[in-house]
Write a protein that binds this ligand. Structure first.
Ligand SMILES: NC(=O)c1ccc[n+]([C@@H]2O[C@H](COP(=O)([O-])OP(=O)(O)OC[C@H]3O[C@@H](n4cnc5c(N)ncnc54)[C@H](OP(=O)(O)O)[C@@H]3O)[C@@H](O)[C@H]2O)c1
Length: 336
């Protein structure tokens, strides 16, 4: 008969865990004991922490005591706050993802990852751009690299930890008109004439993020009590998602903000938020400061407030979730 205890849910105050008042077994206590002997009370691994929403979220993590943050970043010469370890990661290369995962594991030693945040994303204007392994660039960066990363790091996730995947409300055609109504994975990996383009292509990759989060829910929650959250930051004007913003562009964004505000009275998804608030909400979810209602996986920031709607109809289709998992496994060369 396993011994059990109840835990609270805010990862920023305790080393761990879990859903409020859920039962945790003795194996977890053993795991906790081993890990408490190590240096850091909490380990966070994060992509997309060098700009925009992720950089704002990072500020909330670096304020925490005894927390180490592993940031995957491309290029060199990145200056990030104390207790942040920068490890080279270019999501447009699966080879680089494997390198990053190896380095994180090496640095962790016996320790575990309490929070994994898959936040990086791009919106390439042209679906003819390719990743190192020849996949379409936005597909490879937003979806395939993160899929591989979570598969590689899965054994190192702490029981009762948390995985947050940044998706978008653009994944849902009922909210954003160019959201995907159908899904053809091959058409995204290797676009043809009939593949989606521009914003529609980006939106389809955000559906893949949502589907991956839903697959992870099934695979991680039961065994390891890992909470999976798919997060939509909502339209956020002051990031570099559509390219680095010049001073002129920043001025334009500020000027059109009031217009979006008026539109958002009728269409809430068109509210233009700030990276500061979107990053804060990402941090709140990652640290368990905001708990999702039971049975929910999707947290959507609407007019600055976290809401918990159902994902799109396609994202609730178990056959599609399964298909994406298996197809992605083949693409990255892992077993299903
Ligand atoms: N902004 C919005 O309106 C909005 C709305 C809904 C969802 N989202 C989602 O929110 C997330 C963050 O976007 P953001 O708006 O904050 O955009 P951002 O300011 O452009 O930040 C994107 C982050 O991803 C990183 N990244 C991009 N390509 C990479 C690569 N090949 N390898 C490693 N890192 C890479 C960037 O690193 P660098 O510093 O090297 O560029 C940066 O840290 C994305 O998943 C996006 O899809 C954004």
């Amino acid at each position: 008969m396993p011994i059990s205890i109840s835990c609270i849910n805010d990862l920023s105050h305790t080393r761990h865990k879990i859903e409020p008042y859920k039962q945790v077994h003795i194996s977890y206590l053993h795991d906790l004991y081993i890990r408490t002997k190590n240096q850091f009370a909490m380990n966070i691994v994060m992509t997309g922490a060098t700009a925009g929403i992720g950089a704002e979220a990072l500020k909330h993590f670096t304020n925490l005591q005894n927390t180490k943050i592993y940031v995957g970043a491309r290029g060199t010469g990145r200056a990030l706050p104390e207790r942040t370890e920068i490890i080279s990661l270019d999501l447009s290369s699966l080879k680089s993802v494997r390198f990053f995962s190896d380095k994180v594991k090496e640095s962790l030693g016996q320790d575990k990852i309490d929070v994994l945040i898959l936040n990086a994303g791009i919106q390439a204007t042209d679906n003819q751009l390719r990743s190192e392994e020849g996949f379409e660039l936005t597909f490879a960066t937003n979806h395939l690299a993160h899929y591989l990363l979570v598969r590689l790091l899965e054994p190192n996730l702490a029981k009762g930890g948390r995985v947050v995947v940044t998706t978008s409300d653009a994944h849902d055609p009922d909210v954003i008109p160019f959201g995907p109504k159908t899904l053809n994975i091959g058409d995204l990996a290797y676009p043809t004439e009939t593949s989606p383009k521009g914003m529609a292509f980006y939106a389809a990759t955000k559906l893949l993020n949502m589907l991956t989060a839903r697959a992870l829910l099934t695979k991680l929650e039961a065994d390891k009590h890992i909470r999976v959250v798919a997060y939509n930051p909502g339209l956020t004007g002051d990031t570099s998602l559509m390219g680095k913003q010049s001073a002129f562009l920043q001025m334009i964004v500020s000027a059109i903000r009031p217009l979006f505000y008026v539109i958002s009275i009728f269409k809430p998804a068109f509210f233009m938020g700030t990276a500061k608030r979107s990053g804060e909400a990402l941090a709140e979810l990652a640290l368990g400061k905001v708990a999702l209602p039971d049975g929910k996986i999707y947290a959507s920031l609407v007019r600055g407030k976290l809401t918990f709607p159902d994902p799109s109809q396609l994202a609730q289709n178990d056959a599609i979730i399964d298909l994406l998992w298996k197809e992605s496994a083949k693409m990255v060369g892992l077993p299903e």
